[in-house]
Design a protein around this ligand. Structure first.
Ligand code: SF4
Length: 327
């Protein structure tokens, strides 16, 4: 009874873009990162740290996003920004993150008793090239709208926000804030930067962006009517920044809430599938080998060794279990 109550208390309550994307790419990776929340103290923290492990490419993207926001913040506060330091700033962010991740690989290697596969991804000589790529993307961004219009003063009313802000929806906490908000006449624009995007964002991506309107409706001074918003996504794809934008409708706003509720229910189902005994064998593996390549759990997860074989073994186990249950 006690354990059941604890499992209920630990049920997922937070929705964010990164959680959604992780659950869709690999339910098992999602469970390893969030499914054990508050259950097992230090062990849980190790799992989290391993889940947070990121490849240098991913660290470059994170560093780029960080300096973009830092640059905008400096402009909004009238603080001087030394352009020549750009490469140094990106490099420092990447090296700092790599240093913090060092202990994660050591923990994994102690557990498996051999060098981790993740080591092959860390080549310090690649950092220079990654910093060059990030600088190129940064300079290209400064020449695009709306950034150019902000610097020229054409956009006068604009604000930046942290993605860590929370919005309450029923019993859930949502991380759905935009990076940048500005006004043109009575229209309010809500924009998110995606440092690596897909060429053709589908309906699903559209609803993810529309979720920003729910955040905006909770803010003082921003319109309550969804139709006064244009949602935008500035994303890097195929060598350039592209801007996806669309005016929001009442229907879009409602559909986006439905999508979040459906995600939360899928997360809760996964949490229950894990069960009180934390049985990972029933939790689906990644859909693509590419996801495993950059996953911190690849040394210890059957999917990391051979995803196709692991998925076949898992479905065979499930079939055996369901036929046992039918008897
Ligand atoms: S190694 Fe692959 S299957 Fe295993 S948790 Fe990571 S992404 Fe999922």
């Amino acid at each position: 009874m006690e354990a059941r109550r604890a499992a209920k208390a630990n049920r997922p309550k937070i929705w964010s873009l990164s959680r959604r994307s992780l659950m869709n790419k690999c339910p098992r990776a999602w469970v390893l990162k969030y499914g054990f929340a508050r259950r097992q103290g230090g062990f849980n923290q190790h799992l989290r740290n391993i889940s947070d492990w990121s490849s240098p490419w991913r660290l470059m993207q994170r560093a780029l996003r960080g300096v973009i926001l830092e640059r905008l913040k400096a402009h909004s506060e009238g603080i001087s920004w030394i352009e020549e330091d750009l490469a140094g700033k990106i490099r420092n962010r990447m090296i700092g993150a790599m240093f913090r991740q060092k202990s994660v690989i050591e923990v994994i290697e102690t557990r498996i008793g051999k060098p981790s596969d993740l080591r092959s991804q860390i080549d310090i000589r690649r950092i220079d090239r990654l910093v060059e790529i990030a600088c190129y993307r940064f300079h290209a961004l400064m020449r695009t709208k709306p950034i150019q219009d902000i610097y020229s003063g054409k956009i006068k009313r604009w604000y930046i926000f942290s993605r860590l802000e929370k919005t309450k929806l029923k019993k859930y906490q949502l991380h759905i804030s935009p990076d940048l908000v500005w006004f043109s006449g009575s229209t309010c624009h809500l924009l998110r930067f995606t440092v690596q995007g897909v060429s053709n964002p589908g309906d699903d991506k559209k609803l993810e962006n529309v979720a920003m309107v729910e955040w905006a409706k909770h803010q003082n001074g921003l319109p309550a009517n969804p139709e006064r918003y244009i949602v935008e996504n500035l994303y890097w794809n195929n060598g350039k920044w592209k801007n996806w934008k669309e005016r929001c409708t009442q229907r879009d706003s409602e559909d986006s809430i439905k999508m979040i509720e459906a995600d939360m229910s899928a997360m809760i189902d996964l949490h229950y599938k894990l069960g009180l005994s934390c049985d990972l064998s029933q939790i689906p593996l990644a859909k693509s080998k590419r996801t495993c390549r950059n996953c911190g759990h690849r040394d210890t997860c059957p999917g990391g060794e051979d995803l196709n074989r692991a998925r076949l073994e898992q479905s065979a186990l499930e079939m055996a279990k369901s036929s046992r249950n039918r008897k």
